[in-house]
Design a protein around this ligand. Structure first.
Ligand code: FAD
Ligand code: FES
Length: 272
């Protein structure tokens, strides 16, 4: 059970109550500090409630606009930084369009941090990522870089002429790769070349967030070579807290699991 902190401070009380278990989760309106937008990618920072202090790569928050006509449901966004609190996202539909339309000083509603982070991964990590999963993996590369750990990234590009919100996938992929480059040794490649690239590097651990057909190949390669793998999953997530039971993904045990109970899972558990 998680405790919800709406103020960032401890409320005064005369009646002793048992301390809540689990890490604190913030829920409330937070001021947007800065917004940059380019090539269909928006980077947004916020004032940072204390509950986000210990956030780790893989965790996310639910973000929603307070503007009239905004969708009722918040949108999940990976937390890519906490000093200040930071997200980065591509425009998809109405929810992200309205979040991106916020101006500095405007308050957005946040709920987080949510989800389980990556466990410690050790020194030899290769990340496999594409445009839709970039937030989670950028957070991982930044966290490892700050800890003095190197990370190799295999960035699976999309068909360049494919639309990606207001721009082409080629333009957006180029912008996303530039965001990784200060923190990782990045190789851009086609999905068909991922296994060859893994063979050449032979990492000790693979962290992957990509299209299902790429994930299936990476999973098979990890299993054949006894390499530990982690999957960063993404599906539409209406609540983020296990209440709506909508964010389901089939696992190899033939059961449907809630992605918001992750979103980081051992790679061998997921059915792709
Ligand atoms: C844990 C988690 C972390 C995320 N982190 C980031 C991030 O850091 N940066 C980022 O750009 N995006 C991230 N996303 C994806 C982002 O939440 C969705 O793109 C967003 O919710 C879409 O909302 P929308 O209103 O723009 O589009 P909508 O109008 O709600 O949806 C547009 C279309 O996309 C589909 N869709 C919506 N969400 C997803 C999804 N998660 N996966 C696949 N299809 C979806 C819908 O079914 C619909 O067809 C994350 C998702 C999850 C689950
Ligand atoms: S998003 Fe509602 S249960 Fe996972």
């Amino acid at each position: 059970m998680t405790a919800v902190d709406t103020s960032g401070t401890t409320p005064a009380t005369n009646t002793p109550r048992p301390a809540p278990s689990g890490p604190p989760v913030f829920a409330g309106d937070v001021t947007v500090r800065s917004i940059t937008e380019g090539s269909g990618v928006t980077v947004m920072t916020f004032d940072t409630p204390h509950a986000f202090d210990g956030t780790r790569a893989g965790q996310f928050m639910m973000v929603s606009s307070n503007r009239d006509g905004a969708p009722l449901l918040a949108r999940p966004m990976s937390i890519i930084g906490t000093e200040p609190l930071e997200i980065a996202f591509g425009y998809q539909g109405e929810g992200t369009r309205l979040i991106a339309a916020a101006e500095p000083g405007e308050k957005l509603h946040l709920l987080g941090p949510l989800g389980d982070p990556f466990p410690p991964l050790g020194p030899e990590v290769t990340v496999v990522v594409e445009g839709a999963h970039f937030g989670t993996m950028l957070a991982l590369c930044r966290e490892r870089h700050a800890a003095g750990e190197a990370t190799r990234v295999l960035f699976v590009t999309r068909a360049p002429e494919q639309p990606a919100g207001p721009v082409t996938a080629g333009e957006q992929d180029a912008a996303l790769m530039a965001m990784f480059e200060p923190y990782a040794d990045l190789t851009a490649l086609n999905g068909d070349a991922v296994i060859e690239a893994l063979e050449a590097r032979h990492p000790g651990v693979v962290a992957a967030g990509a299209f299902d057909h790429v994930m299936a190949r990476v999973q098979a390669w990890c299993e054949a070579g006894g390499v530990t793998g982690y999957a960063a999953l993404q599906v539409a997530m209406p609540c983020g807290i296990g209440a709506c039971k909508s964010c389901i993904k089939k696992f190899r045990d033939d059961r449907y699991h809630l992605v918001c109970d992750g979103p980081i899972f051992p790679l061998e558990e997921v059915a792709f």
